[in-house]
Each structure stands twice: as structure tokens, then as C-alpha cells.
Design a protein around this ligand. Structure first.
Ligand code: SF4
Length: 1013
């Protein structure tokens, strides 16, 4: 073992210790000896003793004569916010049938009454002049925005006739992709019943790296899958977070941490939002987070500061890995004849079931089992990350962080995890029946999202963060990262993607189109290796693309690669603008025609509530309602509102009736399904199974007794999770404020991956198929299977052209490599990283068209470090060309200090196309706001074989938005004044009333009040 640690390296790792897995007295605590400097965590910036945690904060006294809560409404209805993806509970005050005021719901488990600026501005979202008002049929050229209004019957006949023909002949010719909607359990079921594999939501261009890396490693991930233990964490690391992901919950949580004096460390190239209130900001270079994290791992291993007891109980750290280079099972985990994982038992000197509670597992050393050489996973981990290439000195310059900082952060993590370990006086029993008197916790927690994900090395970076958490023993323990039920799931979840045959006429798929591959045999490829899906998800180019690749659909459909499609059906995704890379070419593809004058993408159906930039590119537009006018289901089958203390789900319900001829998309989808006679949506006599989405929410059962909502099931409404359909279920939700939440028993709240009581509960609820423990996969065997295929083993192997790439990136342990764009271009020509952040007060393009939120930000600027500004002779508000290897964009500069010196950044999705969203043609969003998207290529530069891969992660296909490299050039005087590129202004749809010059809200309430007075 010594050679792995280097001759001179301090051996803080203690391989000589025996780590017992046995119960009671056989188990002994590990001895952690601390030889390294141990600085105490810095005091937080807001540690005043006068501060109390939010949960203890009382509302201000109202007996001072000031009326702080005047009655402003006739009625208050409780529903769920949709101004971003956090799903806070809201009280909607309605006066004279109009929305008067939106307030946070104090009883709601997500926000506890907290409402953000976006949430309150929901009024202007609801009353936006850009709301569509009737179905639209294109009458001019695609892209020209020329439509006529049609009736719903005509619209539904057009779409149904088209889809009926597709389904009867070749169902994959329907590509159905949805944006950031919250009904994916419905939409994926619909696609499955239709029979097309070409379905996905927006995850491929958002944070699939985070989701997949987590699900394959620990059976869960951040945000919707888990959260920090806000009540007990003492050291919180926040990596590259988008502020509209997990917005209010994080703000509330950060408030609690600051009040308790916990240390908040943010790792982000930009010091904005949460980073601005962190106790320590680490302005890392974009795309190097994985290297930084693995350097922390190096330091922890070198110092022996890892929780070996935790590792052998809850991970595959002790499982044996076959080491027989050149053979077909080299690198695979060792199993017995029954498929059980094996580990080396030192006491018995033989390989035994790795989950045997009596095992005394070896974590080091080479053994021979059945004639094969094997080593434990942990030995591979130690060998890799103790290498000097991961040392702080080796990575510091690349990361833009000093080696001292890396060493100090590692020491602080270890200090808090091991010297400040906490124990909750809660007895619990693990899966093997071992009783524990307390719940021990290591109060270090982490959170990461899109900033980490959106790189071509994002998958491995996310894996590295989970590795770091697990090595510290901080996953689902007091003070650490905690799973939100229904997570954890087995790592990975068992569902495989379906539709490998491409779908058969008039036949549903055997299962959902999206799932989790574990071997090349699971890929969605034809026998000749051709991708089955239009987005090429689950092909050799993106084998673990569990959220699909929505960002590849337009280009592939335009090229007819791997085949032409007939109909592209988008919902709630602004694919002709801020949701696509390379916007100018995407617009050309959407309107391009073949030699016969037919559109290369024959038919485009789009559903949205608003007149976005994508509407003009549709042939048929199905107008959706706003979130306050429809039913929705925030389901445990999809992405619920659970917290770590228990599962929860929620609904939306119409708090006002639509005043336009619009219909909720989910009801329309069910209507189309019924007209097509899709199984589960139409009865034998052809009648619709469900009246509408509300009816579906109540009566649909995915498996017997399990439906979209978990609360108040059963005919008496007393069951949770499983139970018969309760016709009054929606009423029960409405009476309860629009949500259901179940509080776990105290002994179920932690160690969910191995907690007997929780596992039984999760099985009873249908979260798990059986109450088996969930073993964290530090070493990923599915990855190794693809690596072996790349080396020619197995029956499904990649073509020679793909082998090197797969062999390199399908590494079973986390790796770091430079982002692809950076590696492919001349970085002297494009020396700067360019990234975007989301403003806390906006959510995608929705927020930046909102009359109230626009007043906060109506123009984005490029934030540039003062040093770069000085080099380039730039001053505030100068115009610059932002040039990439692919294109250029023009915008105005703002000089700042709080940014990595090699990085420029801007707010996302502020720039708008002239004419869209019913904004004035001279609106600053269109004249001065800009999108970096135009400069981001959807493809990487050609490789040595002239092959152009997607600008994406090679494992998941996640769009690598943040790999962009640029140079800046100060504009000449004649070039200043307006952003570029500019696109033709799009006319507003017919009969959509022109917005007033000055948009005002609320004057009618004042007039009515004054009249009454
Ligand atoms: S955080 Fe999101 S869901 Fe919550 S109130 Fe704000 S906009 Fe609404």
C-alpha cells in the first residue's frame, strides 16, 4: 500500500485499523488522530446573538396602531407558486374576481410563508399582455409570425389527424419534448402510450449531470432529491448554484446557518446572490470545480481524515474489484454465483458477501479469489487520488485557487466533520437489525446545481462532489446532506429506457422512454449502432442521457439524422431563443425547406401560455393557461415537494377562471390522447377516460393504489401513499392549503439508505420495490461495463471511432479533464471564460417579460473584472464585441471586483427578440439586452477525424453552456448603441390586444376603495 501514498507522504490514512461490521461490542469506533493544523471555522458574517433562526421568528406585533395586514380581498385561495421551480405555497387574494395580492403560505413546508420577488410578481405574470388567447394556425411562412385564430375543435382535429397517421405508421416520427413543466409523469406516460421513444423534458440542457451523477452514486442528488440538514450543519459548501433553483428553501436555510454562525463557503466564479453573503467566496475558474474537489479528496486521504466506518457500512468501498487486464471482467465488481457482491473478510481470510453484517472487511491489499486478482474499491480510490497530480500544488493555478486555500478548506472540512461530530439522542435500527442508541452526524453539507452541471466535464465533477461527501460520512446523517423521500433509490434506479425497437404502429411502449442504463445492452441503438432516438440519447455519444437531449432535437430533425421526423411537439420551452445554443442557426433550421419547397421539419406544434420567440416558428399553437388558472400535480411520481423530514406533494387549482379561449395543456394532452384512443385515456366505446387533468389527478393509478397524489387516498381518505381512489382527494388538498406532507418518525429521518424502519416505510409507500439497503456506488460498475465494451468485450460494442472516447470518459471513479471547448480552441485567441447566472428575481424568459420584474432588470450587462477592463481600456457602459470561435454578440460592460479574473459573465435570458412577449419594439431587452446563446456553438469544433460532437458532456449529453470561451473587443464609436445580432421583428398574433404604453396594475382597486370611502 505504501507505494500508493508516496514514500514521503504523511500516512494519515490508517490502513492498519480493523473496521468491524459486526453488531454491538464487536464494533468499535475509529480512532481519528489529527496531526494537521486545524483552524476553527471562521465566525459567520452575521453571528450576532440577537439573531434567531427563522423558525423561531415571530411576526411583528400588530398592536402598535399600524395595520400591517389589512383585508384586501374578498376571498383567499391557496395554491402553489410557479414563478420558478421551487413550488412554494401561496395565498392568492382575490378581489372582485381579480387577483389583488399574493402572499406566502405560512403553513407550507417549502417556504413557511416566505415569498420572493418573483412570487409576488405572479400577478403580472397572470395579467401579462403576452398571454395567448386562442389557438393559432400558421398562414404565412414559418417564422414570419402570420397566423389566424382558430377554434379548439379545429386545432385538435388538425393535431389528432396528424398524430393518428404517425401512430399508425411510425410512432417515432412524433418527437415530443417539454420544457420546465411540472407534469413529466403525465407527459412521459402519454408518450409511452402513444408509442414514441422520442420524448424528454428539459433536463438534458439543464442539470442532468447533477441528477445522473447523484442517482448512479448515492441514489439521489441535490435540490429535488435532497437538502442540507439546515438545523445542524456547521459547514456548508455551495458549488455554482443557479439562484432560481431551490430559491426560497436555500434562502431560508442560509438564514438559519448565518443565524447559528455556521460557515458558508461558496465556490463560484461570480460573487453574486448567495455567494455575496457567503463567509468565504472561492472565485474558482469555470470548469475546474472537479479538480478542486478531487484535491480536497487528496488532502483528506493524505491526512487519513475519512470516515472508514461509514464507508464500509454504506458504500461499496470494501467490495472487491477484479484486476485482470485484458479480460472481459477486468474492473468488474466480484460476485458469487448468486450475483452477491463480495468483499475480503480479514477474520475469515476469504471472500464473503459484502453485506454480511459479521464481515471484517479489508479496505486495502491485493487478494486472489478463484484464480483472479482483486483489490477493494477503496484501494483504487486511495491509489488514484493520492497521486501527486491531485495535490493542491498541482491543481492550484489551474483552478485559480491558492494551494493554501485548498489545504485549509480540506482541513476545515475534516475539523468540522470529525472534531465537531454531533449525536442526536435518537435510537434507530439499521437494515441488518443492529440497534444504535444515537444518530451520529458529521455536520458538513454541500449543495450544487447547474453551474457545476453545465460543463462537458460536469458528470464527473458531480460524482466527485458526492465522493467527497461520502468520504466524510456526511450523506443522510445529522448535519450532512439529507435525502428527500422518495429518495434514496437504488443507485441507479432500476427502470430502463424503453422503445429500443423505435416503437411499433399503434402500440404503446413497454415502459417509459426515459430510464437508467447499466450496460451497453440497454442503449437505445439499432443492431448496426444507429441511434434509435431523434436526440441520440442513450447512444454511444451520450450513453447515460437519462433526461434526453432536448437541445439536439431541432438540429437532428433538420438533418434527418438519424432519420426524418414528421411532427415536433414542444411544450413550454423557448427553443427558438434562450433555450437553444446557436440561435441563428436554429432559426434557419426551423424554417429551412427541401428542394421541393417543403419544410425540412414538416410540422411543429407548440403549446405555451405566452407569445414567446418560439411561437412564430410553430405551425399550430395551443394556448395554455397561466399557473393560476389550472390544475397541476406536483407528484411523488415526478418531482414532489418533499423535504428531508418526510414526503410531500402538492397541487395547483384554478383560483381564477381564464378570460381567454385557452385550455390547460395537460387537459389538452389527455383530450388528444382520448381522441387517438390511447390506452388508459379512452374507454372501449371511445369516450375519454378522464374528464380533464383534475379528473386524471384523482383517478389515475400508475400501479394499483398508487396515483399522482399520495395524500388522503382510500375511500375514507385515511390512507397515504397507497390506497384506493378517493373522489374527494382534491378537496382535501384544497382544504389543507394545496399540499400534503407526511412527517417521518424520528427514527426514520436519517440514514435512510440503511434504516430498517425507513426502508419498510418507503416500500409500503411504493418508493422502493423492497426494503433492501441502498449501497452507495463510489465505484460505478455501469461505467466500467461501457469501458469494457470500448475495449471490445461483450456483444454490444461501440464502433472503432467511438472507443477511445468511451474508454477515456467511462471511468468508474471520478476524473477531471479540461472542458472540451477549451481543449479544442486556441485559448490565446479566446482567453476568457464566459458564463451566465440567473438573477434571483427572474426565472428564464418568463420573468424577464414580467412588468414588475423588468423594472429591476431590463438590460443585462457583461460583468468584467476591473483588471481585464484596465487591460482592454474599458469603462462602465462601453460596448464590446464578445467573440467566440462560433459567433459574436454585442453588449455593454460593467466593471466589477467579484468575479474570477479569467471570467466574464452576464444575467441569463434578459435579451429578447424584437416584437416578442408584446414588449415595445424599443424595449431595452431587445435593443440592449443580449444573449450569449448566439455565440455558443451546439457542436464542438471538428476533431482530428473531422467529426463534430455535440457541445456536451460525453456521458450524459448535458449541454455544456458554461464551457464558452471568448475574447472581448471594444466597439468602435459607430458600432455602439445597440446589441447584435438583431433579428427581424416578429409581429404579434392577430387580435392580441396591443399593450398599453404604460402598464399599470391595481388602479381599479384604489378607485373602488376610494369610491367606497
Ligand atoms: S422561490 Fe419560486 S416558487 Fe417560491 S415564491 Fe419565489 S418564485 Fe415562487
Amino acid at each position: 500500500m505504501k507505494q500508493f501514498f508516496g514514500a514521503g507522504a504523511p500516512t494519515r490514512y490508517r490502513p492498519e485499523l480493523h473496521y468491524m461490521r459486526g453488531p454491538g461490542p464487536k464494533t468499535r469506533a475509529l480512532e481519528y488522530v489529527d496531526h494537521s493544523p486545524q483552524p476553527a471555522p471562521r465566525a459567520g458574517a452575521n453571528t450576532s446573538s440577537t439573531q434567531t433562526s427563522l423558525s423561531e421568528t415571530k411576526a411583528p406585533s400588530e398592536d402598535d396602531g399600524v395595520e400591517t395586514s389589512p383585508i384586501v380581498s374578498d376571498v383567499v385561495k391557496q395554491t402553489t407558486c410557479y414563478m420558478c421551480a421551487c413550488r412554494c405555497g401561496i395565498n392568492v387574494h382575490i378581489k372582485d374576481g381579480a387577483i389583488r395580492y399574493i402572499q406566502g403560505n405560512r403553513d407550507h413546508p417549502v417556504n413557511r410563508g416566505v415569498l420572493c420577488g418573483k412570487g409576488s410578481a405572479g400577478i403580472m405574470q397572470h395579467y401579462s399582455p403576452a398571454r395567448l388567447r386562442k389557438p393559432l394556425l400558421r398562414v404565412g411562412e414559418r417564422g414570419a409570425g402570420e397566423f389566424r385564430e382558430i377554434e379548439w375543435d379545429e386545432a385538435l382535429t388538425i393535431v389528432t389527424d396528424r398524430l393518428r397517421n404517425i401512430r399508425a405508421t411510425d410512432p417515432k416520427k412524433l418527437a415530443f419534448f417539454t420544457g420546465r413543466d411540472q407534469s413529466q409523469s403525465l407527459t412521459s406516460w402519454w408518450a409511452m402510450q402513444f408509442g414514441t421513444p422520442n420524448y424528454a423534458a428539459h433536463g438534458g440542457f439543464c442539470s442532468v449531470n447533477m441528477a445522473v451523477a447523484g442517482l448512479y452514486t448515492i441514489g439521489g442528488s441535490f435540490w429535488e432529491f435532497g437538502e442540507p440538514d439546515w438545523e445542524h450543519t456547521r459547514y456548508f459548501m455551495l458549488f455554482g448554484v443557479a439562484e432560481d433553483h431551490d430559491s426560497n428553501p436555500i434562502k431560508i436555510g442560509l438564514g438559519k446557518l448565518k443565524a447559528r454562525g455556521a460557515k458558508v463557503v461558496s465556490v463560484n466564479p461570480c460573487r453574486t446572490g448567495y455567494n455575496a453573503i457567503a463567509d468565504e467566496w472561492i472565485g474558482i475558474r469555470p470548469g475546474t470545480d472537479g479538480l478542486f474537489v478531487l484535491a480536497l479528496v487528496h488532502e483528506l486521504l493524505k491526512a487519513g481524515r475519512v470516515d472508514l466506518d461509514y464507508l464500509v457500512r454504506y458504500t461499496n468501498a470494501h467490495v472487491l474489484v477484479i484486476q485482470e487486464p485484458g479480460t472481459e471482467d477486468d474492473g468488474m465488481l466480484l460476485r458469487d454465483a448468486n450475483g452477491k457482491l463480495l468483499a475480503w473478510d480479514k477474520a475469515r481470510a476469504c471472500a464473503v458477501d459484502a453485506l454480511d453484517p459479521e464481515i471484517t472487511p479489508a479496505l486495502k491489499g491485493e487478494v486472489r479469489v478463484d484464480g483472479r486478482t482483486c483489490v477493494p474499491v477503496f484501494e483504487l480510490i486511495a491509489k488514484r487520488y493520492l497521486d501527486d497530480s491531485y495535490s493542491p500544488d498541482a491543481v492550484a493555478e489551474r483552478c485559480g485557487i491558492t494551494a493554501e486555500t485548498i489545504r485549509r478548506v480540506a482541513a476545515e472540512l475534516a475539523h468540522v466533520a470529525f472534531e465537531q461530530a454531533i449525536e442526536l439522542p435518537v435510537a434507530w435500527t439499521d437494515w441488518a437489525g443492529r440497534e444504535h442508541k444515537t444518530m451520529r452526524g458529521r455536520p458538513v453539507s454541500m449543495h450544487a446545481m447547474r453551474g457545476i452541471s453545465a460543463h462537458s466535464n460536469g458528470f464527473h465533477t458531480c460524482r466527485a462532489i458526492h465522493l467527497l461527501q461520502v468520504l466524510l460520512g456526511t450523506v443522510d446523517v445529522p448535519g450532512g446532506f439529507r435525502f428527500k423521500p422518495p429518495y434514496p433509490k437504488p443507485a441507479p434506479p432500476s427502470a430502463k429506457p424503453c422503445g429500443k425497437d423505435g416503437g411499433r404502429p399503434n402500440t404503446p411502449l413497454a415502459g417509459a422512454p426515459l430510464g437508467f442504463v447499466t450496460a451497453p445492452e440497454d442503449l437505445m441503438i439499432a443492431p448496426d449502432g444507429t441511434p434509435v432516438r431523434i436526440d441520440k440519447a442513450y447512444s454511444w455519444e451520450a450513453p447515460f442521457a437519462a433526461h434526453g437531449l432536448m437541445h439536439a432535437v431541432i438540429a437532428n430533425a433538420w438533418r434527418g439524422d438519424p432519420y426524418p421526423i414528421d411532427t415536433l411537439f414542444f411544450y413550454m420551452a423557448n427553443m427558438a431563443w434562450n433555450s437553444s445554443m446557436n440561435v441563428p442557426d436554429m432559426l434557419r433550421m426551423l424554417t429551412d425547406k427541401d428542394a421541393q419547397g417543403n419544410y425540412k421539419i414538416p410540422f411543429i406544434v407548440y403549446s405555451d401560455a405566452y407569445f414567446s420567440e418560439t411561437v412564430p416558428y410553430a405551425d399550430l399553437v395551443l394556448p395554455d393557461t397561466t399557473y393560476l388558472e389550472r390544475h397541476d400535480c406536483i407528484s411523488l411520481l415526478d418531482r414532489p415537494i418533499s423535504d428531508a423530514d418526510g414526503p410531500g406533494d402538492a397541487i395547483r387549482h384554478p383560483v381564477v377562471e381564464p378570460d381567454r379561449d385557452v385550455r390547460p395543456f395537460q387537459s389538452v394532452l389527455l383530450d388528444i390522447g382520448a381522441r387517438l384512443g390511447l390506452p388508459g385515456m379512452a374507454e372501449a366505446d371511445g369516450k375519454p377516460t378522464y374528464r380533464d387533468y383534475a379528473d386524471y389527478i384523482v383517478r389515475h393509478e400508475r400501479t394499483p393504489g398508487v396515483g399522482p397524489l399520495a395524500g388522503w387516498r382510500g375511500t375514507d381518505g385515511k390512507s397515504k401513499g397507497r390506497g384506493a381512489v378517493n373522489p374527494n382527494q382534491l378537496d382535501r388538498y384544497i382544504a389543507n392549503g394545496g399540499f400534503w406532507h407526511h412527517e417521518l418518525a424520528a427514527d426514520q429521518k436519517y440514514y435512510k439508505m440503511a434504516n430498517r424502519s425507513y426502508l419498510a416505510f418507503a416500500t409500503e409507500m411504493g418508493f422502493l420495490s423492497k426494503p433492501d439497503p441502498i449501497l452507495f456506488q463510489l465505484y460505478s460498475e455501469p461505467m466500467q461495463r461501457f469501458r469494457l465494451a470500448a475495449r471490445g468485450h461483450g456483444t454490444v460494442v461501440p464502433p472503432p471511432s467511438e472507443r477511445k472516447r468511451l474508454d477515456t470518459y467511462c471511468d468508474p471513479l471520478p476524473i477531471w479533464y479540461p472542458p472540451f471547448e477549451e481543449a479544442a480552441i486556441d485559448t490565446d485567441t479566446f482567453p476568457l471564460h464566459a458564463i451566465t447566472q440567473r438573477p434571483m428575481h427572474m426565472y428564464h424568459s418568463w420573468g424577464s417579460q414580467n412588468a414588475w420584474l423588468r423594472q429591476i432588470t431590463s438590460q443585462n450587462r457583461l460583468f468584467v473584472h476591473h483588471d481585464i477592463g484596465a487591460c482592454l481600456g474599458l469603462r462602465d457602459d462601453d460596448w464590446v464585441w464578445i467573440e467566440s470561435h462560433h459567433g459574436r454578440v454585442k453588449g455593454q460592460v460593467r466593471l466589477v471586483e467579484g468575479v474570477n479574473r479569467n471570467t466574464v459573465w452576464t444575467w441569463n435570458a434578459i435579451g429578447k427578440r424584437r416584437g416578442a412577449w408584446m414588449l415595445d419594439a424599443a424595449a431595452p431587452e431587445a435593443t440592449r439586452g443580449f444573449l450569449l446563446n448566439h455565440a455558443i456553438s451546439d457542436l464542438l469544433p471538428p476533431d482530428v477525424n473531422r467529426r463534430r460532437y455535440l457541445n456536451a458532456d460525453p456521458i450524459t449529453g448535458q449541454a455544456a453552456w458554461f464551457d464558452l470561451r471568448v475574447s472581448l473587443r471594444k466597439c468602435a464609436a459607430a458600432e455602439c448603441g445597440q446589441t447584435e445580432p438583431q433579428f427581424a421583428s416578429i409581429p404579434s398574433p392577430p387580435d392580441l390586444p396591443a399593450p398599453p404604453k404604460k402598464l399599470r396594475f391595481g388602479v381599479q382597486f384604489r378607485r373602488a376603495r376610494e369610491a367606497a370611502e
